[in-house]
Design a binder for this molecule. Structure first.
Ligand SMILES: CC(C)(COP(=O)(O)OP(=O)(O)OC[C@H]1O[C@@H](n2cnc3c(N)ncnc32)[C@H](O)[C@@H]1OP(=O)(O)O)[C@@H](O)C(=O)NCCC(=O)NCCS
Length: 181
């Protein structure tokens, strides 16, 4: 069984990962409303900060559940939220989960997501007790695979049209890391 701990604050060299608050709606809209960021994602691109606020209101409720893991990625230097990262339970019995993430476009290429994902994997394996954590990305979105590899996830193959994104069905590369890796 997993030992759920809820969305706890995680700290890295340059980032603090924390729970979202309703006041983060405008910051979230800056990435969730950017069609270049959401191109390969499954949620509809937000049309206004009201859409972001509606999501954040749902998450305030969800944070009451200890198995809900959804972090705002904030820069230590500025305290501003620049992205999000989620850890989802796939199967409690198998102690398996998956990760999903997105980042404000102006922050791409600085290594932020590799830093955030490393912290989430560490938390997932050693605090919650996951045995296996997966990630998938569109074959047209190689930066996401680079992040997964940098964080020690291993390539497991290609699944055709695995999900439907804002840019249609996506053939996806699959990665996973085990606790023992
Ligand atoms: C994917 C994403 C999270 C990457 O975040 P990031 O903080 O820029 O990633 P990092 O800086 O930690 O690492 C980027 C890696 O991708 C590589 N990369 C960047 N653009 C690339 C491209 N077009 N093709 C191949 N590799 C690319 C970088 O070289 C780096 O790899 P390296 O360390 O081996 O050099 C970010 O681009 C994003 O939010 N995209 C939109 C949302 C999304 O696609 N989420 C993932 C869905 S599965």
């Amino acid at each position: 069984m997993l030992s759920h701990a809820g969305t706890r604050v995680l700290e890295t060299h340059r980032l603090v990962l924390r729970r979202f608050e309703e006041k983060d709606a405008a910051a979230m809209f800056a990435w969730a409303g950017d069609s270049q960021v959401t191109r390969f994602l499954r949620f509809a691109t937000h049309k206004s900060a009201e859409d972001s606020l509606a999501v954040l209101r749902q998450w305030q409720e969800a944070y009451r559940c200890p198995d809900f893991y959804e972090w705002a990625i904030t820069e230590k230097e500025t305290s501003r939220p620049v992205g999000s990262i989620a850890l989802n339970v796939l199967n409690e019995h198998d102690r398996s989960g998956d990760v999903g993430f997105c980042l404000l476009r102006e922050c791409w290429g600085r290594g932020y997501m590799s830093e955030a994902l490393s912290a989430v994997l560490e938390f997932g394996f050693h605090t919650v007790g996951f045995n296996r954590i997966e990630g998938v990305h569109s074959e047209r979105n190689p930066a996401s695979g680079a992040v997964m590899r940098r964080c020690g996830m291993q390539y497991e193959g290609l699944s055709r049209e695995l999900y439907y994104s804002n840019d249609g069905f996506q053939d996806c590369h699959r990665y996973a890391r085990l606790k023992s890796d």
